[in-house]
Write a protein of this length. Sequence first.
Lengths: 217, 784
Amino acid sequence: MNRADKKTGKGALGFAAICLLGVGGVTLALAAPDIPHNFDADGEKIFKSYNATPLEYMAADSGGRNLMGFYELRQYPGSPPRIPHAVAPSFSLQADNCLSCHAKGGYDAELDSFVPVTPHPENELCTQCHVPKRTEKLFVETNWQSINPPKLGRSFLAGSPPPMPHSLQLRENCIACHTGPGAVTEIRVEHSSRGNCRQCHLPVISTEPLLEFVRNK
Amino acid sequence: MKINLGNNEVTMKLNRRSFIKCAAASSAIAAAAAIFPGVSFADWKKQEGASGMITWKKAPCRFCGTGCGVLVGVSGDRAVAVKGDPNCSVNKGLCCVKGYHSVQALYGKDRITKAKVRRNGEMVAVPIKEALDIIAAKMKETIDKHGKDSVAMYGSGQWTIPDGYVASKLFKGCIGTNNLEANARLCMASAVTGFMTSFGIDEPMGCYEDIDHANVFVTWGNNMAEMHPVLFSRMLANRKRRSNVEIIDFATRTTRTSQAADKSILFKPQTDLAVANAICYEIIQNKWVNWDFVNTHVSFHKGLSNIGYGTEDHFAFTDKEESINFEEYKKFLEDYTPEKVEKISGVSAKDIKYLASLYGDPAKKVTSFWCMGMNQHTRGTWIQNLVYNIHLLTGKISAPGNSPFSLTGQPSACGTVREVGTLTHALPHGVVMDEHARELAAKIWDVPVSNIDPKPTYHTVEMFRALDRGDIKFMWIQVTNPMVTMPNLNRYRNGALKDDRFIVVSDVYPTPTTDVADVILPAAMWIEQEGMFGNSERRTQHFAEIVPPPGEAMSDTWQLIEVARRLGYEKQFPWGKDEYIGKIWEEYRRFHEGPKHNMAPYTVLLERSGVQWPFVDGKETRWRFNPKYDPACTNGKDFDFYGKKDNTAWIWARPYEPAAESPDAEYNFWLNTGRVLEHWHTGSMTRRVPILHQAMPASYVELNPEDAADLGVVNGEKVKIISRRGSIVMPASINGRGVPPRGMVFVPFFDESYLINELTLDAFCPISKQPDYKKCAVRLEKVS
C-alpha cells in the first residue's frame, strides 16, 4: 500500500541503520539491587526501549504488516506466533540468529521487509515457543475454536486514549510492537515521540470482566 | 540481519494522512471479517456465541515433568487460550510451544468419546456401562480360571495421583496381585534405584531454584534445550544476568543444548561410567576432596560386577553390597586415570581434567542435570551412583546451586509412580517385601494384611514377556502407548495379539495401542477431570475439572472405581462423584505422615500453584538433608542424610561395563533414540495440535554428514535401518536438528508411522529394570 511513495525510501534506510547502531548503547540506571528488575509489569523496558530507539525509527511506518497477517500466525489471541519465514533446520542458536534481527528491528533485504521487534529479547531460547511451518497438512482435523481478537480503538470517550486490550505478560514493552516500521499498521501509534505510554493508556484486558466496586460502608 | 543501504525499493510512509487512510482500510477489513463469519480473519475458528470474556484457571501443564504452571483460558465450556502462570515458581509465567498450545490437544476431531468392544473382530460402540461390565466379568473369569497373577494393570507417569492410588488399592490391596506397573519404568526407574542406593530415599534433594544459584551446569546426556526448555531458558537467563555462569554439555550427540553451551564434550555411548570415575580420580589426585563433608556424611561401598543385561526371559539379579574404606575406593579408581579413560571414552584427558576442575573448584557451585541419557542405560543405577559420587566427594549437594538433579519426562512420574508406588515391588509407602509397609497399607485400605502379596511379580519388560508367554491373560492399559514405546516391539505386539489375551485400553485418541485392544474406554483428559500431578522437584500440583469431558469419557480414576465396585469392593471405594478426588487425596496422604515425606492437605493444594513436600508445619522444603531448610534433619550437624540407617550418603565403586549390544563388523552403527521439542513422547496428543504437527510433521534419521556421504545419501533421501530385531525405511536428516558423531544414527520416536522401537533392544539395567533406548547396533542401506 505504500509502494508508490518511493521518495521517502532513502531516509528510511538511514533510520534503520541508525537504529541498529543506537540500540543497546544507552542504559538507564537500574533499580536498587534488592528490588527485582521486573517490578511493575517490567515497565522499565518501555523507558529503556524509548531511550535506545531513535525517534525517526519509531516514527517510521512501512505498512508492511497488518492485523490479518498478525493473527494468521496465531492460534488464539495472545498465543506465541509461528515463524513465518524460512529458517534453516539447524538455525537455532538464538542469541546469534533470531535476536540479531528481532531484538533491534531494521530492514531485511532478503525478505524485503522491516523486522518486527520482540517485546521480550531477554528470552533467548526463541524456538522454545516459536516454530516454523513445514507442511500445510494436519495430522487429523481439529475442532479447535477460540474467541475473537480484541476490538481496536475501544476508547471510553470519543477521542480518549484507548486502553491496552491485552495482558502485559511477555508483552510489556509497548515500544517494541506499537512503534517503528516493523509494527502492525492498525496498532501502530502515531505519537511515538512520547515515551511514557502508561501515562494515558491503561490495561483494561478485554477478555476479563470488569470488577465491580462495591462500597463497604 | 542484512541491511541493504542502496535499495531504493524500500519505502516508508511517514505522512500522517496516508497513515490514517491505510489504517482505515485495514480496520475495514477487520470489520468485514467480523460481519461475515465465513471470512477467515485468523488461523482459528471463532467460538459462536462467546461473550469474549475469558476466565483463567490454574493447572500444571499436561506434558513433561518440569511441571510448569499454566493458566487455562475458558470461554463457555471450552478451553480457548493458555498463558504461563506467573504465580508458579517453576516457570514464572513462561511456557514452551507445547504448553502454549496444550489445550488444543483436547480438540482433535478423532477424539474417543464412546466405549468400544471387539465383536467378531470389529470394534463396536457400546454404552460405557456395558463396557465396564464386560471388563469386570472378564477379570473375574480370568482370575477364577488362571489365578490372580494372570491379570495385570499397566499405567503411566501421566496418571493423576488419584488414578495411580486407586489402581494400587484395587490390584495390590483388593485383588492381591503385584501385577501393577507403569510406563515410568521405561523413564525413571534408574533414577529411583540411584536415589535408593546412594541416599536410601527417593527424589531430588534440590529444586529448580538451584538454577538461580549455580555457577556451572553440566548436562549429562541431556538435551535440555529441547526436552526441558523452560528450565534451560532459566539457565540461559542466569548466564546472561550473572557473569560467572557456564554451561557444559556432556553428550553423545551434538544438539541445540550443545549449540547454546559454553563447551560441548562428546563421549562414546556407555562410557559416561568411565568418565565419571575419572573425574573422581582427578578430584582425589588434586586434593579437591571436601574432607569435612566426606568424613562426617559419607561411607564407601561396592556391589557386584558383570551383572548382565536382562535380555532373556525370567532374568533375575540381586546386588550384594559390601562396605569398603576410602583407600579401597581410591585403589578401585586407579583403572580410571584420565589417560586410560581417554582411550575408552573418546574424551580427551584434558577435557576430563577440565570437568574435574569445575567440580573440584571450591569457589564454584555446580548443578548436574540428567534425564533419559542416564536413566535409559543398562547401567542406569550405576551411572546415577557415579554422578552422586562426584557431588559427595566435593560436598556439593543439598545446598542452593550445588545439586545433582535428576529430571523427569512425564508430568506425574514422581507424583504418581514414585510417590504412590505403582510398580510391582512398591506400596504407597515402602515396599511389598516389608511387613510393616504391608500392615500400614492394609490398615489404611481396610483389607486383610494377607491380601497383600509379599513377593513382587513382573517389572514392565517382564510383564509384557509374561503376556507374550501367556502367564498374563488380561491387561488393562491406561494413559500410555506401549505399542509405540516398548523396546523390541514386534515381540510384545505379537504377544498382545495372541488369541486368548484380553487387552483393555483407556485413552483419548486412537493409537497403535488401541489397535490391539479388545475394549477401549474413552478417557477424560487432563483438565476434563480433577486431579493432581507431581513434578521433578517434589511439587504436588492440583487441577480442577475445568472443562467437561466429551461424550461418555470418564476419568481413569472413576473407571477403576466402577470396575472395583463391580468386583465387589464397594467398601474400599465408597466415594461419591462430586468429592472423590479430595477424599482419595486425604486417604493417600496418611501413608506419608511425618517430616520426611508429609504432603500438603487438599485445601492447601486447591489454593496454590503447586506445593513442595515434605510439607511440614505449613512450610515447603526446598533443599532436603540440609537443616537450614529441612525440618526432618535431627542430628545437629550441617547435613543429615537420614535416608540410610547409618545416616550417611553412600559412595559406590561401580566399574565401566560395555553396552548390551555394541556395533560390530555386521551391524556397524549405534542407534540412539529420543525426542524433539515439538512433540511429546509418542505424539498421540501433540500431533493433533496444528502448529506442532505442521512444524514437525514426520520422523527422520539423523546421520553424520560424512557417514551420509559414504552411504551416498543426501538430505531427505530414504535410508533403511536394520537391527537384529527389525528394519525400517526413513528419510535422512543431515545437519538438521541434531548431528550424531560418525558411527551413530539418531531417530525420534514420536511418529507412529515409523516405529523405531521395532529395532531397539529390550536389554535393561539389572537393578532398576529400565530398558536402554539409547544403544543398540544397526546397519544402514541406501534405498534406491
